[in-house]
Design a protein around this ligand. Sequence first.
Ligand code: F6P
Length: 349
Amino acid sequence: MSCPGGSSRTEQRGNLPTGYNGREGHVKRIGVLTSGGDAPGMNAAIRAVVRMGLHKGWDVVGICEGYVGLITDDTTPLSARRVGGIMQRGGTVLGSSRSPEFKTPEGRRMAREMLNRHSIEALAIIGGGGSQAGALAMFQEGFPVVGIASTIDNDLYGIDITIGVDTALNVALEAIDRLKVTASSHRRAFLLEVMGRDYGYLALMSGLAGGADAIVVPEVDTDPEQIASAMRDAYTRGKSHALVVVAEGARYNAEGLGRYFREHQERLGFELRSTVLGHVQRGGEPGAFDRLLGTQCGVAAVECLDKGEFGVLAGLRHGQISTVPLAEVVGHKKPIDAKLLKMAQVLSQ
Ligand code: F6P
């Protein structure tokens, strides 16, 4: 898939590679790409990078389909008008992908050649953990990059909230509210599985905000018998339903718990059903929070490129838009907030 609106594989300049040479004010042409799982608010970040870059008098080139576009030479010219009307759209107008080839030195060598051919001197890389690992590799190999923290998983170490999380959480919450309605009509228990890869943030926060009876996250070894008790307790207390939010990365996710309870459902009190929310969480139109976060992070990334502050990740950190070195982010696991998990348990009575 190429960038919507058409890419321009033929738009090569054929001039000598320039590459960033460290002189202040040297950057004249930057590239922007979105990589990994798409996240609502990425388009706001693209728009901000483009318009802020143009404001500085630079050219901004869109790289289609993430790192794949760097290898296959798939670009699209970006103007202020090209990024008009995209902020309210979910997904990414540049397209995205996961690129195993870019993880290899040979893949990155091809990417560097492509960037030289197009005289692209620096890159803004919008994405989550895998994408920022790629950004760090490029930076360590000498190419100027700035990352923009964006993933619905919110698993980037050192960043409070990434672009896309708020919208994804609201999608999960809507699902919880709706499931409770049907669950109450039938006196049923529901398992709702949310995304997050191996991080339990989406499960924890949607479970807390949605008033779940139990929350299962990958970070905590969960005894399925505890989940059984939570459902049974809800039943004996006269509740009309029980709702358990499980993270996809947990050992006892919807499939694991479903299998565990298959033979012995009667002891739960309720009849059990399960729903896997999956990619529905990624596809929403971004809410105000994600549009504003994407916008501010996009601007911050361009300011970094302008200042020559490379190899950093722009994002919300300690309540402010700021940066953290990519080397401090990549490879570090973000801990789950144990206090919030405990709070959710206490409030589920
Ligand atoms: O990283 C975002 C995410 O949606 C994860 O929560 C999920 O595990 C993964 O991407 C799914 O990846 P894909 O879209 O490639 O199936």
